[in-house]
Design a protein around this ligand. Structure first.
Ligand SMILES: *[C@@H]1O[C@H](CO)[C@@H](O)[C@H](O)[C@H]1NC(C)=O
Ligand SMILES: *[C@@H]1O[C@H](CO)[C@@H](O)[C@H](O)[C@H]1NC(C)=O
Ligand SMILES: *[C@@H]1O[C@H](CO)[C@@H](O)[C@H](O)[C@H]1NC(C)=O
Length: 277
């Protein structure tokens, strides 16, 4: 009986927190990364999702599996943010078709992983690298990301303006997390602030973890050009943990995030070792 309650709370949270205008996060520039321009597309074998790719991938593409805010099934809700990520050499598979309606579940994240690791996807998109998969999501989508964090095909987890809904749920799930996990929260004005803080405190001390708070509230900076400061931080996170880029790592291990305004806590980041692409 516990699951449906959590699920409906999570949906209510996302739905009340995010104004309708959050859908379709403004036009995208195609991103500013070395593999720009990126854009979104769809695949007939993945009609409940939106795929973000560099237009001409000249590099291997690790994969971000993304759960939408409010668990709203619109794959364009984070258009500029996700395009920016794709332009840096990360394929993104977001829950929900472009402009879609209705509600997502964590099962869509698993479906995206199934597709990304399939022979059909490899044949069609030879640059995809399904040995490097992150799962992440914003608000309600972050709760979805927790639900698939144990999938052995996932190597790293990102929680954006989110945290588990109840202390009991946090105590059940979070102490079991061993994979690197990064939190991007909106400061004390973020309605998910206490949830994210509680989860971070419950992580095992050996789990490589980072938490940053930027005092902008629950909506982050996703609607800014190229996803704003959340876009910069997310790109660095994935460049490091999926592409093994140590210059990007210094955003978290050095002073760069702090200088950009993030209030930071971290544990055991030295344990993150990723072979560079
Ligand atoms: C991305 O694709 C959409 C739909 O095809 C198109 O309207 C838009 O102009 C494209 N954006 C860029 C930056 O190429
Ligand atoms: C993942 O596995 C850990 C350890 O077995 C467990 O504590 C945790 O509850 C699991 N997470 C989920 C979301 O089921
Ligand atoms: C590594 O990350 C840095 C900082 O984001 C970026 O400037 C650089 O182009 C990246 N290097 C590669 C090889 O992608």
């Amino acid at each position: 009986m516990r699951k449906p309650v959590i699920c409906s709370l999570a949906i209510a949270w996302g739905a009340t927190a995010l104004p309708q205008a959050f859908s379709n996060s403004g036009p995208s520039t195609g991103g500013t990364g070395p593999y720009a321009p990126a854009n979104y597309t769809t695949d007939p074998a993945l009609l409940s999702h939106t795929l973000y790719l560099p237009k001409t991938p000249t590099t291997k593409l690790p994969i971000l599996i993304w759960g939408e805010g409010g668990c709203q099934a619109n794959g364009l809700q984070f258009l500029s943010f996700l395009t920016q990520i794709a332009s840096h050499g990360i394929a993104v598979i977001a829950s929900g078709p472009p402009g879609g309606t209705g509600t997502t579940t964590a099962a869509l994240l698993t479906a995206a992983i199934d597709w990304a690791t399939s022979a059909a996807a490899a044949a069609k998109h030879p640059s995809l690298d399904p040995s490097r998969i992150a799962v992440a999501g914003q608000s309600c989508g972050g709760v979805e990301a927790y639900a698939v964090a144990n999938d052995t095909r996932v190597s790293v987890v990102g929680i954006f303006n989110s945290g588990l809904m109840t202390p009991a749920e946090s105590r059940r799930v979070v102490p079991g997390i061993k994979k690197p996990i990064f939190y991007f929260l909106g400061g004390s004005g973020d309605i998910a602030y206490e949830n994210g803080e509680r989860d971070f405190d419950l992580l095992p001390s050996g789990t490589p973890s980072w938490k940053g708070n930027l005092p902008v509230g629950h909506g982050g900076t996703y609607r800014d050009t190229d996803g704003g400061k959340f876009g910069v931080a997310a790109v660095r996170f994935l460049q490091w943990t999926l592409r093994g880029n140590l210059t990007a790592a210094s955003f978290f291990t050095g002073q760069e995030a702090v200088q950009a305004g993030w209030a930071v806590e971290a544990r055991n980041l030295d344990a993150i070792t990723v072979t560079a692409i």
